[in-house]
Design a protein around this ligand. Structure first.
Ligand code: F6P
Length: 542
């Protein structure tokens, strides 16, 4: 597989980057040179605006990036995904999460049929729980839902359920337990009533240790209140591709919601893995979430690269990572409701792009997926933004903002949120020169000698790239679009780097070793089997 870094466009991009560097190109100077820069470097789709004008890019940069994308056959790769080709080559599978929300005329019709049947099953189940028709062991209706899952079987549904809290139905409370630390389950169960609690055991494989342990914990808790094993079926349902194992656990086969090999864990919130979302907000809102993603699927599949939002975001990520040298990417939602979005994106981006071999097994010759991190604004401003502004690392930032407050009564305070969001991207771009800092100090009465000394600490270099995505409101539809934008952005990066975004072999080793070390901990005699540090830690605990 030829490397993009050996292509002509890559070479030209590198030369172009060297030119920008040699003339010390500043982003704010690009605005001065083009008063229409915002119009030229922003795009809108439905209720989402992408402003990428605060990146260190010119028309030339983008044209070269589009050329690079064409050389990497991005358009053909997008078609292959939508056609249902086996693009997850190391697992011999399609990556058809898009079929969960978009009708794919060229894909195997069985996929569409399976998706529709499962949506109907979810619909029926949600209606029965909401209406009180589904009852627990003592005939009471369900009041609490606990999703037991980890990774893709937790992060996506937990993030969306949290983001759409303002849309929750009144009669249900949703909880998510993922960590094998028993404290997570124990604390969650502390306030719950077993007679009115429903557990969703969400695991594509139904063999993930954490989920298995937590499901067994929940089952023991339930049976300690209701000793009749046959009642387990009324309080436990499952979402899994492994029906046999779910049945073995005691789940009624009619309450097992299917999932398929062709849906990757981190891309699965659109499937029955989204069951807790549908229970929390209702089926109509869940369908809105799917329709928001569908809008982006259609946009991604049918829009020229030059106006294609996920393509542009993916190419900017390549530019920032491989040319500007950024090894990290901050995700900064200025929205408390989206506080779990950075954690969700960590799995989506880092599990998909944290690879050092290409799809054909040959080593990559350039940096791939950056470290993704972040938290909600304005909280981050009072902790890690210091490093963004004055640290030695270049950290591009994605700001995510929402125009409308959730409650019209909060409009005034919401403006402070927006003002802070926009002022941070402005500050990252413009910074503050030593002369400006000294002048400010002198205006406050500081002596000029002291001012010029302090100015060295107060100056902020600026010229830090950022991208802003603004949604009109935090609706299920817009949220679906936002997630799909990032899913496709990740795909674009993977194509440009030539890697498979849909496998995750790196997590397997830890799983294998974890099982072995459990045996060593469980066994009474001191262990000498491993390296001295691991032996020492195990024996210390014993
Ligand atoms: O940790 C790796 C992983 O395989 C993730 O990719 C996946 O989302 C998670 O484990 C959970 O897997 P499962 O749904 O099979 O329990």
């Amino acid at each position: 597989m030829s490397s993009p870094s050996s292509s002509e466009s890559w070479h030209k991009l590198f030369q172009h980057y060297e030119q920008l560097k040699s003339r010390d190109q500043r982003i704010d100077a690009l605005f001065a040179a083009d008063p229409e820069r915002f119009q030229h470097f922003s795009l809108q789709i439905c209720e989402i605006l992408l402003d990428y004008s605060k990146n260190l890019v010119t028309e030339d940069t983008l044209n070269l990036l589009f050329k690079l994308a064409r050389e990497a056959k991005l358009e053909a790769a997008i078609k292959a995904m939508f056609r249902g080709d086996n693009i997850n080559n190391t697992e011999g599978r399609e990556a058809l999460h898009i079929a969960l929300r978009t009708h794919l005329p060229d894909a195997d019709p069985q996929f569409n049929a399976q998706v529709n049947a499962t949506l109907e099953k979810i619909k029926g189940f949600v209606a029965r729980v909401h209406s009180g028709q589904w009852t627990g062991c003592t005939g009471k209706s369900i009041k609490s839902v606990v999703n037991i899952g980890i990774g893709g079987s937790d992060l996506g549904p937990a993030m969306v359920t949290e983001a759409l809290r303002h849309k929750h139905v009144d009669q249900l409370q949703c909880y998510f337990v993922s960590n094998v630390d028993p404290v997570h389950m124990k604390q969650t169960l502390a306030s719950l009533d077993p007679e009115t609690t429903l557990f969703i055991v969400a695991s594509k494989s139904f063999s993930t240790l954490e989920t298995h342990q937590n499901a067994a914990y929940a089952r023991r808790w339930f049976l300690s209140h209701c000793s009749d094993e046959s009642q387990v079926a009324k309080h436990f349902v499952a979402v899994s591709a492994n029906v046999a194992k779910a049945e073995e656990f005691g789940i009624d086969p009619s309450n097992i919601f299917p999932l398929w090999d062709w849906v990757g864990g981190r891309y699965s919130l659109w499937s029955a893995i989204g069951l807790p979302i549908a229970l929390a907000v209702g089926m109509a809102e869940f369908e809105q979430l799917l329709s928001g993603a569908r809008t982006i699927d259609e946009h991604f599949a049918n829009t020229p690269l030059e106006e294609n939002i996920p393509v542009i975001m993916g190419l900017l990520a390549i530019w920032n990572c491989n040319f500007l040298g950024a090894s990290s990417q901050a995700i900064l939602p200025y929205s408390q409701a989206l506080h779990l979005f950075p954690a969700f994106l960590q799995q989506l981006e880092m599990e998909s792009l944290g690879k050092s071999v290409k799809a054909d097994g040959s080593p990559v010759t350039m940096a791939t997926g950056p470290i993704v991190w972040g938290s909600s604004g304005t909280n981050g401003q009072h902790s890690f933004h210091q490093l963004l502004h004055q640290g030695t690392h270049l950290v591009p930032a994605d700001f995510i903002a929402i125009v409308e407050p959730q409650d019209a009564h909060d409009a005034e305070q919401h403006k402070h949120l927006l003002a802070n969001c926009f002022s941070q991207s402005q500050a990252l771009m413009t910074g503050k020169s030593a002369a400006e800092a000294a002048a400010e100090l002198e205006a406050q009465g500081v002596s000029s000698a002291q001012a010029s000394k302090l100015a060295q600490h107060k100056k902020i270099p600026g010229n830090k790239p950022s991208t802003t995505l603004i949604m009109q409101q935090l609706s299920a539809k817009n949220l679906g679009s936002l997630i799909a934008i990032y899913e496709h952005k990740v795909f674009v990066e993977s194509v440009l780097w030539g890697i498979n975004a849909f496998d995750q072999w790196g997590v397997e080793l830890g799983k294998q070793l974890g099982v072995k070390l459990f045996d060593a901990l469980d066994n009474e005699s001191a262990t000498t089997e491993y390296d001295a540090s691991t032996n020492g830690l195990i024996n210390h605990c014993k």
